[in-house]
Write a protein that binds this ligand. Structure first.
Ligand code: GDP
Ligand code: IMO
Ligand code: MG
Length: 428
């Protein structure tokens, strides 16, 4: 009964979409367990180029069942559009199931996300403005609307009325913005229910049945471990649990079901939105990486902040998740860059530290201590065999492996599915 969790091991956008599409060849079930359409997972394969926000990246393999777990917050409009786009490109979405326990992102959540960001002024978090944070606030506050609720019309209306009174009070009185109409919102919920009802299920049963039948389940993480609500650089985090623990609560599986935890790392580091980033490069090298790798957000189009690989953060993330495998992406981006640096420690108040600080304010003060290696000659781009990786690049990978404290089993050398070096399959 093997389930494997795949987590982003940095600040998101590590290339999880590419890796999950690649690994899904061996999976029967692929399930998203956290986050919402703040995620943007790029997949490039024979069907085309896709930026998935909610549908699991395993959808392209015809043998998979794809689940959206209870831990995900769902914008029904975005999900429907994504399903239509997939259908238009000949991808069968009838294999998709959405948890009846997943919470909806409502239009007032999106409005509040933007209003709260504006109110934060120069302390804004740089959220994706998709309503994700406010939707999780309501989930924890027990005033959320779940997918299952929109199928139960008689109880939906009074519930919505009660919630909307509170939201409209906040929106109009605190933020001086326009209220939402109960009738319009109710009609939209009914329409979402009509469209999505064939897909809404108790998906945990599907997952548990698959485990009982000894099928392989991939649990697709979104965001990154350093954006985890508890373990990330709070408050510059997202409002869910992208780390491995979130996979169990986000799908209703026992921790005993997890046979392996895979962390996806980029060969350097990026971050979108505000928050501390010790290895950030605000110079021409950072800009060169951004342009070469086209580091612009798959969801918002924002320029991603770029920097060197931060091994202090990487090791912390490996520990928080208990990684059994590391998978390295975008090695090809560092081809031709000379020298290449890796942060191996921080300097803080005259001392050298190797523990990742708990506080964003402390991390903000940390100065990176770099180890420098000459760039490598030759190219790793599109390479599919370990023998064809230039020696210098291989040394870099080995050094990252030592610093992370976990085996690197897969090296990705391009965005397309075959552009991958499998050193040892993480799924036996
Ligand atoms: P995710 O959110 O973790 O799925 O990552 P994103 O899709 O937001 O960003 C990763 C970007 O890197 C996408 O544009 C991918 O197509 C691209 N990508 C993934 N792996 C590789 C790789 O090994 N090399 C290159 N050059 N691009 C890659
Ligand atoms: P994937 O799955 C990178 C960041 C936002 C912001 C912070 C809070 O593609 O790796 P939110 O909208 O979640 O309240 O924003 O989290 N963020 C991501 N950064 N990749 C993501 O997802 C992200 N999802 C959220 O930029 O800093
Ligand atoms: Mg992304």
């Amino acid at each position: 009964m093997p389930a494997y969790v795949i987590v982003g091991a940095q600040w998101g956008d590590e290339g999880k979409g590419k890796i999950i599409d690649y690994l899904s060849e061996k999976a029967h079930v692929v399930a998203r367990y956290s986050g919402g359409n703040n995620a943007g997972h790029t997949v490039i394969n024979e069907k085309g180029e896709f930026r998935l926000h909610l549908v699991p990246a395993g959808i392209f393999w015809p043998h998979t069942t794809c689940l959206i777990g209870n831990g995900v917050v769902v914008d029904a409009e975005v999900l429907w559009k994504e399903m239509e786009e997939l259908r238009a490109k000949d991808v069968d979405v009838s294999r998709l199931q959405i948890s009846d326990k997943a919470h909806l992102i409502m239009p007032y959540h999106i409005a509040l996300d933007k209003l709260e960001e504006q109110a934060r002024g120069n302390k804004a978090l740089g959220t994706t403005s998709r309503g994700v944070g406010p939707a999780y606030v309501d989930k924890a506050g027990r005033s959320g609307i779940r997918l299952g609720d929109i199928l139960d019309h008689p109880s939906l209306l009074p519930r919505l009325q009660h919630v909307l009174e509170q939201k409209n009070f906040l929106i109009t009185r605190l933020y001086n913005a326009e209220p939402f109409s109960l009738e319009e919102l109710y009609e939209r919920c009914i329409q979402w229910g009509e469209r999505l009802s064939p897909y809404i299920h108790a998906v945990e049963n599907t997952a548990r049945r698959a485990l009982a039948e000894n099928k392989v389940i991939l649990l697709e993480g979104a965001q990154g471990s350093l954006l985890d609500l508890d373990h990330g650089t709070y408050p510059y985090v997202t409002s869910s649990s992208p780390t491995a623990g979130g996979a169990c609560t986000g799908l209703g599986l026992s921790p005993m079901a997890i046979a392996g935890i895979f962390g996806v790392y980029k060969a350097y580091t990026t971050r979108v939105g505000a928050g501390p980033f010790p290895t950030e490069l605000s110079d021409s090298v950072g800009e060169a990486i951004r342009q070469k790798a086209w580091e612009y957000g798959a969801t918002t189009g924002r320029a991603r902040r770029c920097g060197w690989f931060d091994a202090v953060a990487a090791r912390y993330s490996a520990t928080v998740n208990g990684l059994t495998s590391a998978l390295l992406t975008r090695l090809d981006v560092l081809d031709g860059i000379d020298p290449v640096k890796v942060c191996v420690a921080y300097r803080l108040n005259g001392k050298t530290i190797t523990e990742f600080p708990s506080s964003a304010a402390v991390l903000e003060k940390c100065q990176p201590v770099y180890e420098q290696t000459p760039g490598w000659k030759g190219s790793t781009a599109n390479v599919t065999s370990l023998d064809d990786i230039p020696e210098g690049a291989l040394r870099y990978v080995k050094r990252l492996e030592e610093l992370i404290g976990c085996r690197i089993d897969v090296i990705s050398t391009g965005p397309r599915r075959p552009e991958t070096v499998c050193i040892r399959s993480p799924i036996p």
